[in-house]
Design a protein around this ligand. Structure first.
Ligand code: FAD
Length: 414
């Protein structure tokens, strides 16, 4: 490559969980790796409820250092509109997510990756040496231009490469998908028994839910995701005002020195993008549309897709074949592993077609512990429903039930 161009095997765009892990795994596989992050520091502003399951950590071989763990939790308690409570017990963690992301990036640097903060990718051009020869990437930051054999897009909901890369017919790599708004406050002195409380209360969170995610020292994230984006903050304020959270103090989270105490972001909800690989390019995490449909968790999916992208990059580079065909291996890997998005989405839609009363009635038929229902447990729910409300049984309740099952950690729910 010409002078003034920084060369690498892999350029990772974005230093969230997906990008950090893509860089870490790429570096460990011996690839010369550059990771760039638009912001001047990693992990802030936090745009996450900050929970991750123990199963996710095991699946990813993550040995979390104590300083990134805010609290160990027992699982999720789902609270239905009439107050009925049901548990999905499975151990996990609430993180100090910005510290978690910094830890992964530090691990990547220790493994040999080069990290550049304050670097924003704004354009990329194919190198054509008769065959595909990588990407020349440009943007804001002194490391640019960067020539990378393979780019891993981990830019989150910005999905920058999907917009910048054009197909042969001139259309962008992927159409922009739908997003929902997520917003939360940090409250103090929040009572907890170590469960994440997820309120399915459509009155405040349209086709979404509200949460209380406990942290250390009595702190907690109290927030919501909703499809009614313009009303998100107002709806969260109303929810807090109408519940026991009203009495509690709102504080700035530790990483925020001043400004509005509310923090959050947007979450892709259209499902995996049509194209998650291309010549010399793979999309991971939110940038690929990987979120779990019912509770919108995305960290586990981002971290795991990063593993597949790094492994595929290493194999493709060693074979000297950076083509879309070769990288289709990545898409095959995640498709074989991640749960069927459409099926869970169908369940979510079926759930939100129910009235509050129907939802609560359905919940009343669930066992107190939903994590391991098994065939006999499901049959019992079906019998109870048939006895209490036969009409409801035939109202696509089965997919709605399955949506809860698929929100468990082993299905990448969190
Ligand atoms: C309010 C809220 C609560 C949530 N709660 C949870 C939860 O509790 N558990 C869970 O698992 N998931 C949760 N999620 C989802 C989770 O945060 C995301 O799925 C996860 O962060 C995705 O990781 P990622 O690495 O793909 O993207 P991100 O974490 O979004 O990281 C993308 C990074 O790329 C950078 N970037 C963007 N564009 C560029 C560019 N052009 N150049 C360079 N860098 C760029 C960004 O600055 C960012 O740092 C929540 C989301 C929201 C909004």
């Amino acid at each position: 490559m010409t002078d003034g161009v920084t060369n690498c095997d892999v350029l990772v765009v974005g230093a969230g969980p997906g990008g950090g892990n893509a860089a870490l795994q790429s570096a460990r596989l011996g690839l010369s790796t550059i990771i760039i992050e638009d912001h001047e520091e990693i992990g802030t502003p936090v745009h996450c409820g900050e929970c991750i399951s123990e199963i996710a950590c095991q699946n990813l071989n993550l040995d979390l250092p104590e300083e990134v763990i805010s609290m160990r939790v027992h699982g999720i308690r789902v609270i239905f509109p009439d107050g009925t409570e049901k548990c999905l017990t499975e151990e996990g963690y609430v993180l100090e997510k910005h510290l978690f992301e910094r830890w992964i990036a530090d691990e990547a640097v220790s493994a040999g990756a080069s990290l550049s903060l304050g670097h924003k990718l704004t354009s990329m051009e194919k190198v054509d040496n008769g065959s595909f020869g990588g990407w020349i990437c440009d943007g804001k930051g002194e490391q640019f231009p960067i020539h990378a054999k393979i780019v891993i897009d981990a830019s989150g909901v910005a999905a920058v490469c999907s917009k910048k890369v054009m197909m042969d017919d001139g259309s962008p790599l992927n159409e922009q998908g739908k997003v929902v708004a997520g917003m939360q406050y940090e409250l103090t002195d929040v009572p907890t028994d170590g469960y994440l409380d997820f309120y399915i209360w459509p009155e405040y969170a349209e086709k979404g839910y509200l949460w209380m995610i406990p942290k250390c020292d009595g702190r907690a994230n109290v927030g919501l995701v909703t499809e009614d984006r313009p009303r998100a903050k107002r709806a969260l304020d109303e929810f807090i005002d109408k519940t026991h959270f009203k009495e509690l103090e709102q504080v700035l989270p530790p990483w925020k020195e001043k400004g509005n105490p509310a923090f959050g972001g947007t979450i892709p909800i259209s499902g995996p993008f049509r194209n998650t690989h291309f010549d010399g390019l793979m999309l991971v995490g939110d940038a690929a549309g990987f979120t779990s449909p019912l509770f919108e968790g995305g960290s586990h999916l981002a971290l795991k897709s990063a593993v597949y992208a790094a492994e595929t990059a290493a194999a493709a580079i060693s074979e000297g074949d950076l083509s879309s065909d070769r990288l289709s291996e990545y898409t095959r890997l995640w498709k074989a592993e991640f749960p069927p998005y459409d099926k869970i989405l169908k369940g979510k839609n079926a759930l939100f077609e129910l009235t509050d009363k129907e939802m609560s009635l359905m919940a009343g038929c669930f066992p107190d512990e939903m994590s391991n229902m098994g065939v006999s447990g499901k049959a019992m729910v079906a019998i109870r429903l048939l006895l209490r409300s036969p009409g409801l049984y035939f109202k696509r309740i089965v997919p709605a039930m399955l949506a809860f099952g698929y929100s468990r950690a082993k299905y990448y729910g969190w």
